[in-house]
Design a protein around this ligand. Structure first.
Ligand code: ZN
Length: 411
């Protein structure tokens, strides 16, 4: 199609220092029903284009971020009908891309780039009927030019801010039931780890979380909440905020790990229970925390430099209350004892590190890596509904004995 006609139907509204907004007449946009049917990368000399076929034109906002270098494409609630493995293989300037829900009514695509890039060109061209093709063309640049504004760094949705922690007055709780917050990791644009047969951590942990919620709620002993109950992205800050808002008595984060080195993949398996500590219990735990803490960056949120290791440390010292830490350790002991009877545990099933999501002053919190998506047997189990149910049952019984012990002590 000749270039002039390409954007005849839908026009490029603005190109502002790397922030590009593509628009369509408002009457057209029926976001909920828009489908993305195909994604493709095209390399042309020094330029790399990302193309996405949509069932109709939508408003798109495109901008770049550094640390690491990424291009973000924000769209309304788009239903992604792309192959399971779409985006895992890059091309040209793009090393990989991800897509998914960021929030209610917001979808996002994150293009990881191998180096700083500029948005050379962006537009939506008409296809058959109402369908359009969104094209974003990238050109390489230098870190200096990127930083100088030609790359147009822009604060993304819900910028991460170091929120001053407000001390809550710990009045004795007058609640009929303990409040439990279940936290399935990742979601939406952040898939978590992906197994060889393309199972995604975000789906596995959501399935286990739902079963756990049902079991706990069915007992009638707890008030149970979830940080997410569908495939949507929730930032680590939001997870923490919800826990504070609920004044949760227990926070339980669910994950499933994978190991990168093929050599080790067949031997490393089993579940691990993590608690918060200023200094990681070992190198594996440190790497794990780093990986899980990267969730916001993966979703294309602007992570601030404030999050340096030093800052994290001082915050941890403030937050780590002896009492909460003791309860968390107690919970970890109980969990490991109970889980051991049901599932296989890793070689060192109790570890600790600086997980952001566990930084909670008043809520005993644990993060459980249920198993390894990279281990064939683990992967099979993690995706089996029967296994998920038995894990939910074991977790419920551990939580029961944890609270029974606390209540007994309080009397
Ligand atoms: Zn995870």
């Amino acid at each position: 199609m000749p270039r002039g006609k390409r954007s005849g139907l839908i026009s490029l509204m603005a190109v502002l220092l790397g922030l590009v907004t593509l628009g369509v007449p408002a009457a057209w946009a029926k976001p909920a029903s828009v489908e993305a049917t195909r994604a493709e990368l095209k390399v042309n000399g020094t330029r790399t284009s990302f193309m996405l076929d949509l069932s109709e034109g939508v408003r798109a906002e495109i901008f770049t971020l550094a640390n690491p270098y990424r291009v973000i494409i924000d769209l309304p609630d788009v239903n992604f009908r792309l192959p399971q493995n779409a985006g895992q293989k890059g091309g040209g300037l793009i090393s990989a891309f991800r897509f998914g829900l960021l929030d209610e009514g917001k979808a996002r695509i994150v293009l990881d780039t191998k180096k700083p890039v500029l948005i050379g060109n962006a537009g939506m061209s008409a296809r058959t009927g109402r369908a359009v093709r969104l094209t974003v063309e990238l050109v390489g640049t230098t870190p200096k030019d990127f930083g100088a504004g030609t790359g147009g760094q822009r604060t993304a949705y819900a910028p991460l801010q170091q929120q001053p922690y407000e001390e809550r007055s710990r009045k004795p709780k007058n609640r009929a039931k303990p409040v439990i917050l279940i936290d399935p990791g990742h979601g939406g644009i952040d898939p978590g780890t992906i197994s060889f047969s393309n199972h995604k951590e975000k789906m596995v942990v959501l399935a286990v979380a739902k079963k756990l919620k049902d079991k706990l709620a069915d007992s009638g002993r707890y008030e149970v909440h979830m940080t997410r109950s569908r495939d949507v992205f929730v930032s680590l800050d939001e997870r923490l905020r919800l826990s504070r808002k609920l004044d949760a008595d227990l926070f339980i984060s669910l994950h499933a790990d994978a190991i990168g080195q093929k050599k080790l993949a067949s031997s490393v398996r089993g579940a691990t229970v993590y608690t918060l500590s200023e200094k990681a219990s070992d190198e594996t735990a440190r790497i794990m925390a780093e990986k899980e803490n990267a969730s916001d960056a993966i979703a294309g949120l602007q992570t601030t430099e404030v999050d340096s290791q030093e800052e994290v440390r001082s915050i941890l010292i403030d937050l780590l209350k002896r009492e909460t830490a003791n309860f968390s350790a107690d919970l970890s002991n109980t969990l490991v004892k109970r889980l051991r009877k049901t599932i296989s545990l890793s070689r060192t099933p109790q570890r600790s590190a600086a997980f952001k999501v566990l930084r909670q002053a008043d809520t005993p919190s644990v993060l459980i890596e249920l198993g390894y998506m990279s281990h064939k047997e683990d992967e099979k189990l993690l995706n089996s509904s029967a296994w998920q149910s038995s894990v939910a049952a074991a977790l419920t019984s551990a939580i029961d004995s944890y609270f029974a012990k606390r209540t007994a002590k309080a009397r």
